[in-house]
Design a protein. Structure first.
Length: 297
């Protein structure tokens, strides 16, 4: 094995962690892969023998790449993210026999949290993600954001307060999540409007991100209240026969794929057996880039 092959093998040992860092930083599967690939290219231009802690070095490099991408994204954006935005989901099959084990293997950062992270300033997001989610010391983060360790600590503290104040509560039990979603799908398939309302919290909020090009009834929107959400769901209940339960970012969700063509991915929050939030990605362009297990029941 030559030096390049050995370095590639060492890099592969860290790839999953690097992808997880980049995904939490960017909320995009495609951009996360781009950031990880850029870290590999930078490693190839570096004397690896001089790197004492490869994992730590790669993590900070990915963090720096992601920060540059976030800053560029913020500079290009003429308006702030609107309330219909839904980040890319990480979708895994839901095992009928051992959903808890599937949850261990799935990405554990929820869609609702990613939405909150999207509202943070780039430097705040970096400090929070690297320190609070991956235990990177502030001394290592400070050079990336070009601040001292104390100021970097304050960035993470501000981000933490915003995250804690804005992230909705949710039942972590996969069994109860599954029961609520099965009831939702059964009511939709049978056309039972009142049963559909019953499984929704009175103050349920649904955001649908269909992208910029979709118009009409399927366009991006926010719905609030059980009856409004039920009415919106009824408008598309003809597709419910193709809806299958999956894991979406570690919680039970739904992929709808008529004849194998992905139409939407839905993540939910469940509290006391009722759905309190639903986050639906229905952007055709972004769905094309996701690896979706459309056949899982």
């Amino acid at each position: 094995m030559n030096d390049t092959e050995l370095l590639a093998r060492r890099f592969q040992e860290h790839r999953d962690r690097l992808r997880a860092v980049a995904y939490r930083m960017l909320g995009s599967v495609v951009e996360a892969e781009d950031a990880v690939q850029e870290a590999w290219l930078r490693l190839g231009r570096t004397d690896a023998e001089e790197i004492r802690n490869l994992g730590g070095w790669l993590t900070t490099v990915v963090g720096r790449v992601c920060l540059d991408m976030l800053r560029s994204r913020t500079a290009r954006r003429e308006q702030p993210i609107d309330e219909t935005f839904v980040p890319d989901p990480v979708v895994r099959p839901l095992s009928a026999t051992d959903p808890e084990q599937e949850a261990v293997e799935a990405d554990s950062v929820g869609i609702a949290l990613l939405i909150v992270l999207e509202t943070l300033e780039p430097d705040e997001r970096l400090a929070f993600v690297l320190h609070d989610m991956f235990a990177v010391p502030f001394d290592d983060i400070a050079p990336i954001v070009e601040r001292g360790a104390a100021a970097t600590r304050q960035l993470a503290s501000r981000a933490r307060r915003r995250v804690q104040g804005a992230t909705p509560s949710a039942d972590p039990d996969l069994g109860r999540q599954r029961k609520a979603l099965e009831a939702f799908l059964a009511a939709s398939r049978s056309g039972d409007f009142e049963a559909l309302v019953a499984v929704l919290h009175p103050d349920v909020v649904v955001r649908v991100d269909s992208g910029a090009l979709v118009r009409g009834a399927a366009a991006s929107k926010v719905l609030r209240g059980a009856r409004a959400v039920a009415e919106g769901s009824f408008a598309f209940r003809r597709f419910s026969a193709w809806s299958r339960l999956v894991l979406v970012n570690g919680t039970v969700g739904v992929v709808t794929a008529p004849e194998g063509r992905p139409l939407s991915v839905s993540a939910v929050t469940v509290v006391d057996g009722r759905i309190t939030g639903m986050y639906i990605l229905a952007d055709p362009e972004r769905l094309e880039h996701l690896d979706l297990p459309v056949q899982e029941a």
